[in-house]
Write a protein that binds this ligand. Sequence first.
Ligand code: SDX
Length: 365
Amino acid sequence: MQEIKKGLEGIVALDTRISFIDGMQGILRYRGIDIEQLAGMTYDAVSYLLVNGEIPNEQELAAYSARLKTERRINGEMTDIMRICNYGSEALDSLRTAISCTAQMDYENDNNSLEANKNKAIRLIAKLPTMIAVMYRCKNGEIPLQPDDDLSHGANFLYMLRGEEPSAIEAEAIEKDFILSAEHELNPSTFALRIAASTLADAYSAIIAGLCTLKGPLHGGARKGVMEMLDEVAVPENANDYVLYKLARKQKIMGFGHRVYRNYDPRSRIFKEMAKKVAKENGDTTYYEVAENLEHVMYREFLEVRGRPIYPNVDFYSAVIYKYLQIPPELATSVFAIGRVSGWTAHCFEQYTDNRVIRPRAHYV
Ligand code: SDX
């Protein structure tokens, strides 16, 4: 019998040109470019890079951004659907429905050519922020706002959600969030998407498979868990007791640990710096201090008790930023999806380009 790697740990399933991770050294690159450099670009440029495989020149970027802005709008029927969906504790449930409806309203839904699929990618990248802002405002009895074409991808989302333009630091924070969340090789949601794409299911169906997989608290749902934890811990002095209580009961602390990184996740380092900046601008740095204490206690506990450290993952300091940006916890996983959708579409196209049905074996017991 072949050895079974639970959770497929360490198994290399395919070749990719989309991203590279060195988990020992804490390196992440999208299409050969370091995440530190990408973090200083716009989400428009990074999503173009992921979907098209190369950095756009000035004209290409201008045309792409203009196209995204046109596609930000959703029609009245979609707004009605968002109103009817009226999600409970997890907006992703409504977002899933919204993407299904977008597929059914898209005349290119069944067209699996690269050109049609790139159009679908643009529609999804552009519309996800609008859908989330509209569903949130409808749920809260507020009038949905039209997108503002003068604002960047991130700033426009915050404007549509909150009804006021974000500060320059807030706009920088959400733009970085989308960029750092955009792509991460064969994470669970992307793998699920690639399996769906490998059956030659259409791109919308594959994206929905990815979206559903993002929902779980061990993956994208962790961001919401971190936001709830920040409120539960409330003050920095409580961090120690909180962690000890949870670990003693073998419970997971959300936002820590990673299958691939054995070193500091490079995205967390950038998020941490950004979280400090938004906290400082806000004036009340409590959430940031709570997070820093949680990180210290986790590091100490894992090193002392288990002989190896543990580090915050992509969901930890991004959740601190969401607290300061007043993004409610029930939207956290959906906001993660705004960034990730460009990575998902890139993987979908890569799968179609060199396809074989993904179908492993199980050992019968
Ligand atoms: C994402 O894969 C990606 O790339 C994902 C992602 C992306 O960009 O797509 O980076 C996004 O999903 C980040 C992860 C979000 N999830 C969480 O924050 C939930 C908390 N973290 C863990 O559940 C865990 O660390 C995982 C799921 C992230 C990784 O799981 P693994 O690789 O299967 O590790 P494990 O659960 O086997 O943990 C190894 C040990 C265990 O202890 P022992 O049983 O060996 O004694 O470490 C412990 C775990 O209990 N451990 C934790 C812990 N993380 C690991 N203990 C407490 N709290 C934690 N957070």
